[in-house]
Design a protein around this ligand. Structure first.
Ligand code: PEP
Length: 254
C-alpha cells in the first residue's frame, strides 16, 4: 500500500487528443463515475484548446484541470508558448513539466524543466515533474544514473520551499504508450531511489512527504499491482485516460 500519510493523485495526460466537443462528452460520462471520490486527487490535462471546456465542465466537481506544458517567462515575444499565469487564469491548478515527449520532440532539457517547475510554483500551479530512463539506459544499467542526473538538474534545482509544492512522476520512457508497463517491483525500486534523491538533496521530511506518481501504460488491469508499492502515490495515465470508463476504473482502484 502507498503511504497513508500521502494523499494519492491520479492524473490524466490527454496529449494531443480531444476537441472541445469530445472534452464535454468525456466529462458528462466521467464525472458521475467518480462523483463519490474524496480521498484522492483527480487531475486531467487536456490540450490547451480544450482547457476552457474542461474547466467549465468540472466547475464545482472533485476534478482539477492541468496544462501539459508552459514556458517559464511571464509574457513576451515567445511565439507559440503560454505562461504559468495564463494557465492559472484559465482555471488550471496543475501543469505537467518535462514529459519525455517534450524532452524527445521539443528539446526540453533538465535546465528547462527546473525553470518551468519554478515558474509554475510561482504562479500557484502544482507542477507534475516527470523523469524517466530510456530503454537503452535501462539495458545498459544506467537507470539510477539517469534518474539522479534528471533529478538534480531538474526538480532538484528548486529551493526546498519550491520543491515542497511539486509532484514527481517516474515515467520510464520504454513504458510510455508501448503497452509495456514496468513491473510493480521495477516501479517500486525507481520510486524508492527517487525518494532517496530527495532525501540527499533536501531532507528526510521532504523525502517522506513528496508524492511520486508512476506513469507508463497504466491500465485498469495493472493499477492494483502498482498500487501495492509503498513508495508509489498515484499514477499519470496517457492512453487509458481517454476513455471515461477506463480512467474511472483507475481512479476508483481501492
Ligand atoms: C504519459 O503520457 O504520461 C503516459 C504514461 O502515457 P501511457 O499511459 O499511454 O503510457
Amino acid at each position: 500500500m502507498s503511504s497513508p500519510n500521502r494523499r494519492r493523485v491520479i492524473a490524466a495526460n490527454w496529449k494531443m487528443y480531444k476537441t472541445q466537443a469530445e472534452t464535454r462528452a468525456f466529462f458528462s460520462e466521467f464525472l458521475p463515475l467518480v462523483a463519490g471520490v474524496t480521498d484522492r486527487d483527480i487531475v486531467i490535462a487536456p490540450p490547451f484548446t480544450s482547457i476552457a471546456a474542461a474547466v467549465d465542465a468540472t466547475k464545482g466537481s472533485n476534478v482539477a484541470i492541468g496544462g501539459q506544458n508552459i514556458y517559464w517567462q511571464t509574457e513576451g515575444a515567445f511565439t507559440g508558448e503560454v505562461s504559468a499565469g495564463m494557465l492559472a487564469e484559465a482555471g488550471c491548478r496543475y501543469v505537467i513539466v518535462g514529459h519525455s515527449e517534450r524532452r524527445q520532440f521539443f528539446g526540453d532539457n533538465d535546465g528547462a524543466v527546473s525553470q518551468k517547475a519554478r515558474a509554475a510554483v510561482a504562479d500557484g500551479l502544482t507542477p507534475i515533474v516527470c523523469v524517466g530512463e530510456s530503454l537503452a539506459d535501462r539495458e545498459a544499467g544506467r537507470t539510477q544514473g539517469v534518474l539522479s542526473q534528471q533529478f538534480i538538474g531538474g526538480p532538484g534545482a528548486l529551493t526546498a520551499d519550491e520543491f515542497s509544492r511539486i509532484l514527481l512522476a517516474y515515467e520510464p520512457v520504454w513504458a510510455i504508450g508501448t503497452g509495456r508497463t514496468a513491473t510493480p517491483e521495477i516501479a517500486g525500486a525507481a520510486h524508492a531511489f527517487l525518494r532517496s534523491c530527495v532525501h540527499d538533496q533536501y531532507s528526510a521530511e521532504l523525502a517522506a512527504s513528496v508524492r511520486i506518481l508512476y506513469g507508463g501504460s497504466v491500465k485498469p488491469d495493472n493499477i492494483q499491482g502498482l498500487r501495492a508499492q509503498l513508495d508509489l502515490d498515484g499514477a499519470l495515465v496517457g492512453g487509458a485516460s481517454l476513455d471515461a470508463n477506463s480512467f474511472a476504473a483507475i481512479v476508483n482502484c481501492k
